[in-house]
Design a binder for this molecule. Structure first.
Ligand code: N2P
Length: 435
């Protein structure tokens, strides 16, 4: 409801923008369920305090990268800040769609420079900016892994330690998969190329650039064979279905898993999260300022605001995802929230002393998990091949409901035709008798 109202008010305000001063509005385009919405008016107030100027946020959401990208790339929409994933930032830089974030913040401290964990800065450094340093064009927001959220009542940890669980008939009709072509393609390719990785013929990183026809065909064959076990392709609702036990396995992002696991144990739904042994993606989403933006100043302040540790903690609490902010306050807060029995080595994120921290391993994976994950890369002009393959895989799928509807319609038509012939036959016989 809150989101619906935001969209309605947003739409009204956007139309009002045509006649008003555009510097009074900040157009934010973010993933659904990806911010503590109470922070929106708090930013507006903070911006007034910092600059003496008024700004009103027009907040809109998307559920997959491709929708957002097309609005900017094809629609030239004037969003001031948007939140693409790593490989889409790469694509936007390649297509020259981004403005530098800039550093002018008046007297306001720069939280962007000081608070982002070096680990995430290094990941951002791996984004190929095609001659540009991605660090000048993006502010990392949330990060995580891709893996399985599973219900321990029906599925064991051993089951989900391989991506091949997707082909296990015991779980037919109980699997939800993210409707995100690249996020599904990459782990499946990693799974299919295990032998080549082990023999040194290829590496995880090389696979993330692999858009060859051979690899697309292999993943398509795998997905086509897997799909009849899939109950649904979801962008955002899988986590809720898992809490209602409508699904037992969800191919999803760690943050969705954390959101679902929160409080589920008490309700008798034992949800867990794991990253298969074969390896997976580590990803981050970052805020960027598209070149069609109209309020770059407020955009920069907004990104700076999101890098405040207190703001990062509020966001994490509400959405379940993990912020790129890696200051000591974050470690202190996250380790005080719940007593996780297992210690994880998170020195890669919080610094050399953090080798045995009792944090949620779904949020802050142990270094051994991070070591088997890799960042995705843009396929450039090859991308349509993936989208076409995805369409074939999903498009050919007949769900049980589709089959029921088709059969019911056919039965109706057959009944109608038979009834019509019987009536015609009776009329004919009556006429014959009269004669
Ligand atoms: C939140 C979506 C998170 C995006 N609903 C993960 N890349």
């Amino acid at each position: 409801m809150k989101r619906l109202l935001a969209i309605i008010f947003g739409a009204l305000a956007v139309s009002a923008c045509g006649t008003s001063d555009r510097s009074a509005y900040l157009k934010v385009y973010n993933w659904g369920d990806y911010i503590d919405e109470d922070l929106i008016p708090e930013f507006e107030q903070w911006y007034r305090e910092q600059t003496g100027e008024t700004v009103e946020i027009i907040y809109q959401t998307f559920d997959i990268n491709e929708t957002m990208l097309s609005k900017i790339e094809k629609g030239h929409e004037d969003y001031d800040v948007v939140c693409p994933s790593d490989y889409i930032i790469e694509r936007m830089l390649r297509a020259d769609l981004l403005l530098p974030i800039g550093k002018d913040l008046g007297d306001t401290p720069n939280y962007m420079d000081s608070n982002i964990a070096p680990f995430i800065r290094t990941l951002l450094g791996k984004v190929d900016g095609h001659g540009k340093d991605a660090n000048d064009y993006a502010i990392p927001y949330m990060w995580g892994t891709t893996g399985f959220l599973y219900n321990e009542k029906y599925v064991s940890l051993e089951d989900v330690m391989t991506w091949n669980v997707l082909k296990d008939d015991r779980f037919k009709g109980k699997i939800f998969v993210k409707d995100a072509p690249r996020d599904v393609f990459s782990p499946i390719l990693i799974y299919l190329r295990q032998d080549r990785i082990r023999s040194g013929e290829t590496t995880l990183d090389e696979l993330m650039y692999d858009s060859s026809d051979e690899s697309i065909a292999d993943v398509e064959e795998y997905l086509s064979d897997m799909r009849y076990r899939v109950a649904g392709w979801e962008a955002d609702f899988g986590k809720e279905l898992m809490t209602q036990e409508k699904g037992w396995i969800n191919f999803t992002w760690s943050g969705d898993a954390v959101w679902a696991m929160d409080g589920c144990e008490e309700l008798g739904v034992p949800l867990r999260y794991a990253v298969p042994m074969e390896g997976s993606n580590i990803w981050f989403d970052g805020w960027v300022i598209p070149k069609y933006a109209k309020n770059v100043k407020a955009a920069r302040y907004f990104l700076n605001f999101l890098c405040r540790p207190d703001v990062a903690i509020r966001n994490m609490d509400v959405i379940g995802y993990v912020s790129s902010i890696g200051t000591p306050e974050i470690l202190e807060e996250m380790s005080s929230q719940e007593d996780f029995p297992e210690a994880v080595d998170v020195s890669y994120f919080f610094g050399t002393d953090a080798v045995a921290e009792h944090l949620d391993p779904a949020q802050y994976p142990d270094i051994s998990v991070v070591d088997r994950c890799t960042l995705m890369h843009d396929w450039g002009d090859e991308t349509p091949k993936l989208i076409e393959m995805w369409g074939r895989v999903k498009g050919n799928q007949l769900t049980t409901w589709t089959l029921i509807v088709i059969f019911a319609t056919l039965a109706g038509i057959i009944y109608y035709l038979i009834a019509k012939s019987v009536r015609k036959f009776r009329r004919h016989s009556r006429r014959k008798t009269r004669k």
